[in-house]
Design a protein around this ligand. Structure first.
Ligand code: PMP
Length: 299
């Protein structure tokens, strides 16, 4: 079935303080955010009508903008309320929600002191970020050529659009070669993350995950660490070198869109979808989507 382009869908988008018909949420071609990547965004998911960690996501949006030297002209509480309105207006209960803030077209050139900050929030159905069959078997990741940048090179703690340029290039390369995604190393050559999700490994019943010192410390990552600890599992955050991949038995990635998705292969290294991965996938489902977990358990 052909995918309906994202600018041609039905419904409402919240744009600068009000809900507008989907097709009217447009920007001009001379927009600073488009030319100079002065834009930050969020991705959140609603389950059973509730947006998971809504306020944390909107806090991060505010922080991301501040790091790029602009202010979002709506409070976190206003953004929370707006996101809920978007869900209601589009009659969505399980959905992906995308807030974005960008500098407008009042000024062109690198300097942008006089631009207005625009904010939009859209929502749509996005059941599985990865192909469900690939997700069931475990993803295949290719090791990327580009690396996550040194914090002295880029504003790595901001969820800024510009940081995704290398992710799209790497994801395309990976997909062209039959992989589902790419694993990015960091500027030092340590394992960092996938192109839109954090990564975890299992070794002798212990979880290992890279320290998020040059990439996003995902909200899902922190949630999964909490769930693992509740299960009495040990979680070690440390520098992980690619040569160590042969010593891990399980691997999974975490993110708002990806949720908890098992990984079966990274280049030459293979992993099984083991008990720890399955337990954390189930615990995550139970946490975000209690109704679904109950049906599965009764099932
Ligand atoms: N890293 C990158 C590059 C991402 O795009 C995301 C998704 N926002 C994550 C990690 C995971 O973050 P979160 O769990 O907060 O969605």
């Amino acid at each position: 079935m052909p995918i309906v382009p994202y600018d041609q869908r039905e419904g409402f988008i919240w744009l600068n303080g009000q809900l507008v018909p989907w097709g009217d949420a447009r920007v001009h071609v001379l927009t600073h955010g488009l030319h100079y990547a002065s834009a930050v965004f969020e991705g959140m998911r609603a389950y059973d009508g509730q947006i998971f960690k809504l306020t944390e996501h909107n806090q991060r949006l505010h922080e991301s903008a501040k790091i790029l030297d602009f202010e979002i002209p709506y409070s976190i509480a206003e953004l929370d309320k707006a996101a809920r309105e978007v869900l209601r207006a589009n009659k969505l209960s399980d959905a992906y929600v995308r807030p974005i803030a960008w500098r407008g077209s009042e000024q062109m050139g690198v300097a942008a002191q006089n631009t207005k900050t625009n904010v939009a929030i859209a929502a749509w159905n996005w059941d599985s970020y990865f192909d469900p069959a690939a997700r069931a078997k475990g993803l295949r990741l290719k090791i990327a050529d580009y690396r996550r940048p040194d914090p002295r090179t880029a504003p790595v703690e901001s969820k800024a659009t510009g940081l995704y340029m290398i992710c799209t290039i790497e994801k395309h390369k990976a997909e062209r070669e039959g992989y589902n995604d790419a694993l990015m190393l960091d500027w030092r050559g340590q394992v960092a993350e996938a192109t839109g999700a954090n990564i975890f490994f299992v070794q002798n019943g212990v979880l290992h995950t890279p320290l998020p010192d040059c990439f996003l410390d995902g909200i899902t990552r922190r949630t999964v660490i909490g769930l693992a600890k509740q299960r009495g599992l040990k979680v070690i955050e440390r520098a992980i070198l690619p040569e160590e991949l042969s010593g891990f038995s399980e691997c999974f990635i975490t993110g708002t869109a990806a949720e908890v998705t098992p990984v079966a292969e990274i280049g030459q290294y293979t992993f099984t979808i083991g008990d720890i991965t399955r337990t954390l996938m189930d615990d995550f489902t139970a946490l975000v989507h209690p109704a679904k977990a109950k049906v599965a358990a009764e099932g």
